[in-house]
Write a protein that binds this ligand. Structure first.
Ligand code: FES
Length: 119
């Protein structure tokens, strides 16, 4: 059985602007992969930061309608499910659970989000 890293407090409400993201370094979050925590339409999401197509930081991308657009070749990824919504990327981003505890934003690295995508 593989163990998942402990949850970590990554920010407090107000630290991440609407439409922006905070990157939690892979060494810090324990997965070895950088994780981006996004705020979109008042809700927090976490997916891996590096695009599954080539090398780009999704935290530097454009957030709209619950998705982030890669700044390099414009693939969009669902922040809820991590699904690649258009080419050239075809592989989804791993998602991670985010929990609010009062004003604190907690990340559960390696624990998939329970977000359910609306059609
Ligand atoms: S690097 Fe992200 S779509 Fe190509």
């Amino acid at each position: 059985m593989t163990s998942t890293p402990d949850p970590i407090r990554v920010a407090t409400i107000g630290d991440i602007d609407e439409g922006a993201a905070l990157v939690v370094d892979g060494d810090v979050n324990g997965t070895g992969e950088d994780i981006a925590v996004f705020l979109s339409e008042g809700r927090y999401y976490a997916i891996n930061d590096i695009c599954t197509h080539q090398y780009a930081s999704l935290a530097e991308g454009w957030v709209e309608d619950g998705a982030v657009e890669c700044p390099v070749h414009s693939s969009r990824f669902s922040l809820c499910s991590g699904r690649a919504l258009n080419l050239p990327a075809t592989q989804p981003e791993p998602t991670h659970r985010v929990e609010l505890r009062g004003e604190e934003i907690w990340l559960y690295p390696g624990v998939p989000s329970d977000c359910v995508e609306e059609d």
